[in-house]
Design a protein around this ligand. Sequence first.
Ligand code: NAI
Ligand code: ENO
Length: 307
Amino acid sequence: MSEILYNRVALIGLGLIAGSMSLAMRRAGVVGEITGYARSPETRDTAREINLVDRVCDTAADAVKDADLIVLAVPVGAMGAVMAEIAPALKAGALVTDVGSVKKSIFEAVTPLLPHDVSFVGTHPMAGTEHSGPRAGFAELFDGRWCLIVPPDSANEADVVALERFWRALGATTERMDMDHHDLVCAVVSHTPHLIAYTMVGVADDLSRVTDQEVIKFSAAGFRDFTRIAASDPTMWRDVFLENKDATLEILGRFTEELFALQRAIRQGDGEHLYDYFTRTRTIRRGIIEAGQDTDAPDFGRAKKTE
Ligand SMILES: NC(=O)C1=CN([C@@H]2O[C@H](COP(=O)(O)OP(=O)(O)OC[C@H]3O[C@@H](n4cnc5c(N)ncnc54)[C@H](O)[C@@H]3O)[C@@H](O)[C@H]2O)C=CC1
Ligand SMILES: O=C(O)C(=O)Cc1ccc(O)cc1
């Protein structure tokens, strides 16, 4: 018998992440009842049809009433509005968390709206797919993946430890991180790469008009990976860039500087520059493999098992 970690969990937003959390919670048997709410009636109907949570509510207030843990799983830019909607209905002693891809702006939007007897600790599962919506979730999404736990300075240690246990029960490996550092790390490993993929697919689409669709027909594996990433939800990613503006612009600035240097090397026929650069990046990939992460394996990016 698994230990019940929270008697009642409310999921606000019923898409890929909330749906996967519900299925993983059921698999782990660590929660009494799971309630859910999404803004659109169609999403709520689908969630009922596929029995995604134990009880789908027609208002956010109903979903969070009596909940011990409330998970905000909506696009980053909607977190503040959702918090304002649920604040009056939260029970004393409840813990609010979020799963957004950006941490500082969510903390700033959510915490001023918290009732004095309710706490907040942010989290970020480093797992996802290009699919979205209530049908996209699956119980195994977090298995072996990192979940970053981002407590504000004022956080209560017991809440943080409880959330770490919760995410581990859902299959993830947890690590604590400071919110500014989180936003910079994610700008490097996730946000800017998504922007580059969006750009590359946009360029190929513009070109396909002059190459008669050949860029699509002959697309090699690298380009196909770009198209998968560039198929990700537009609302979610618009919000990520608007809300992680400083870190993304910082990394994008460095990226364009390097790109210009490579562009100059190509124009000037500077093979040594190109060779040295590619040798350095190859070493980085080899380092990742030596650290136990085979980048060709389907589980690349999963946290390395320690036991
Ligand atoms: N998709 C991914 O790969 C990952 C996403 N995240 C983060 O998780 C959060 C949720 O993302 P997904 O589940 O992928 O999105 P999704 O698009 O699959 O689901 C979002 C849900 O929020 C609902 N929603 C939107 N605005 C709302 C509002 N104002 N009030 C109530 N419900 C509202 C939508 O109806 C939908 O049910 C985002 O903040 C995202 O940054 C985190 C890790 C990975
Ligand atoms: O599908 C992919 O390649 C991802 O990168 C998934 C992902 C998307 C957003 C996040 O905040 C975390 C993970």
